[in-house]
Write a protein that binds this ligand. Structure first.
Ligand code: ATP
Ligand code: MG
Length: 540
């Protein structure tokens, strides 16, 4: 496997290896099972699994499951499916933070015994108030000086369910005036009683926080490089404080890289949940989302996502990647894998009046313009054909590359036609265009480089095309206070058009390129309902 570009983390690891710091490199991917994975997670997965592979190490999959209120077994299942689909294999058995609940409890007791943790009886609003802010120092809780013995007893009582949710919590005793707010006596344990845990059921009613469980889980799993996103930079102080104070030797180290953001899209799980709740999208696998399940439904391939992750590299800089960059990789991937065919999204009829009524010309064309081994297909030219509405304009303005009255175009894989007159319906809409056909010999004498695609009426069948646009009209919706104002109301457009009758013999593994339009994925194939999803349009 190729090493990821611009990689400061690999440089650190290579130095560590030179210094003989580790026997085996170990990384982990720690998703919280509170939603589907998205393309940002794919970046994190790629980094963690890629690093483990290139240094002959291992990457664990660990579910960070310390909040039963937000988690669900259905998310565990989809996350496993998505990682496998992306093409990665985790080390041995799946790990869960909840596997280590006993150990967390033991270390919490150790901190209490060292006078470094206490049971606080302030409620969550009071804790927030006492914590202060960037301008105001925090205030000690009136319960901060409880004796070690009292704390031991209270913590035991917490564990056996003697308190109600929110009554008490366990806090680290660090520094209420720390410049880093997170270090002002952070909560280590809280009570959760009203919800059963998907793994441990009702066994526990106290749950460690992310900060307390994450560093210890990394330690237990012998993680050497705990790689996460930049927003955890401040948490690192706490990560190291906990590891220092639980008396262990080989400590894992945390390294941060910048989160992936993509223009006109949204990655935060919390915000995706809002879109689902407001019925703006159907579910987590809506093809307009950049969730892994959404991308799969849209027709993205795992290899295109991996190549994208490889090429964006790893840095610490904040970034906003263009959607077109992601699209570039799926186009590139499919270009070499799929056949070409013709489809008309907005059909308009042409009668080539100088061809006989029963005219039929079989034209043999390549399935792929560059790759011979893809073979050939036949298309048939007849007197009545369909072209795209967009390829015709009654009056040609500013030399647009279109067919117009008395103008000429070349039919793809055939010869030149000239539009002579049009017939309109009662609503003044163009119904038919009458064209003159020039045969091979005549066509050769005519200079023309406008080529349009077409399908003979008799060789066509109806099909639907789901065309997608960005979900948001603003580049960085996550930064907007009211992101809902920026929803693109036209992000799905369904076209009712035509495909070649023998289309199914051309589709490879559900993929096809419709010439001059884009790459498509076969979604439904029922006699009266053939539907294609547009993965991405061709580059203009
Ligand atoms: P979100 O903010 O999207 O809800 P999260 O950070 O809460 O995501 P987790 O399940 O906790 O989601 O994330 C698992 C791992 O994936 C973490 O190490 C996290 O840093 C990483 N990750 C999450 N979002 C991104 C992103 N946009 N780019 C890169 N890595 C990410
Ligand atoms: Mg998280």
């Amino acid at each position: 496997m190729k090493k990821i570009k611009n990689n400061f983390i690999c440089k650190i690891i290579e130095k560590d290896i030179l210094k003989n710091k580790h026997i085996k490199i170990r990384t982990r991917f720690p998703p919280e099972p509170n939603g589907h994975l998205h393309i940002g997670h794919a970046k994190s997965i790629f980094i963690n699994f890629n690093i483990a592979k290139i240094y002959n190490g291992k990457c664990n999959l660990r579910f960070d499951d310390t909040n039963p209120y937000k988690e669900n077994i259905k998310y565990i299942n989809i996350i496993k499916k998505d990682i496998i689909w992306l093409g990665f294999k985790w080390n041995k058995k799946i790990k869960y933070s909840s596997n280590y609940f006993n150990t967390f409890y033991k270390y919490a007791m150790l901190l209490i015994k060292k006078g470094l943790a206490y049971v606080d009886s302030l409620n969550k609003f009071e804790i927030k108030k006492y914590r202060g802010n960037l301008k105001k120092k925090g205030t000690n809780s009136p319960f901060r000086n409880r004796s070690i013995l009292e704390n031991i007893n209270l913590f035991k009582k917490m564990k056996i369910g003697k308190f109600q949710e929110g009554d008490v919590c366990l806090r680290a005793k660090i520094n209420m005036s720390s410049k880093i707010i997170l270090m002002r006596d952070p909560v280590l344990y809280r009570i959760i009683k009203k919800k059963s845990h998907h793994q441990t059921k009702k066994k526990w009613c106290i749950y460690p926080t992310y900060d307390f469980s994450h560093c210890i889980s990394d330690y237990i799993e012998k993680i050497t490089h705990s790689i996460c996103t930049i927003e955890f930079q401040e948490n690192k102080k706490l990560y190291n404080w906990i590891l220092k104070n639980i008396n262990i030797k080989k400590k894992p180290k945390q390294y941060e890289f910048s989160r992936l953001n993509i223009e006109n899209s949204l990655l935060s799980k919390r915000k995706i949940k809002i879109l689902i709740k407001k019925k703006i999208i159907k579910n987590w696998s809506d093809p307009r989302l950049l969730t892994i399940s959404g991308l799969r439904k849209r027709g993205y391939t795992p290899s295109s996502i991996r190549k994208f992750c490889y090429n964006i590299g790893i840095t610490k800089k904040e970034n906003l990647i263009q959607m077109s960059y992601l699209e570039h990789f799926i186009r590139n991937d499919l270009d070499k894998k799929v056949n070409r065919a013709m489809a008309i999204l907005n059909p308009i009829k042409i009668i080539i009046y100088n061809l006989p009524k029963n005219y039929k010309k079989i034209i043999s064309i390549p399935n792929h313009p560059k790759i011979k081994k893809f073979g050939k297909q036949n298309i048939i030219l007849r007197r009545e054909i369909y072209i795209e509405k967009n390829d015709f304009e009654e009056k040609n303005k500013k030399n647009k590359k279109k067919l117009f009255i008395n103008g000429k175009v070349k039919l793809r894989y055939s010869y030149i036609i000239k539009a002579k007159k049009i017939k309109k319906d009662r609503l003044n809409k163009i119904k038919t265009i009458y064209c003159k056909y020039y045969n091979k010999k005549q066509s050769k004498k005519i200079k023309n480089n406008i080529i349009i695609h077409w399908i003979s009426k008799k060789e066509s069948i109806k099909a639907n095309f789901e065309m997608y646009e960005n979900l948001f009209t603003t580049k960085h919706p996550e930064k907007k206070k009211n992101m809902l104002q920026y929803i693109n109301k036209n992000s799905i457009i369904i076209k009712h058009g035509l495909v070649q009758k023998d289309i199914f013999s051309k589709i490879l593994k559900k993929y096809i390129q419709f010439e001059r339009i884009g790459y498509f994925f076969l979604k439904k194939n029922k006699i009266k309902n053939i539907t294609f999803t547009c993965i991405t349009k061709l580059k203009k």
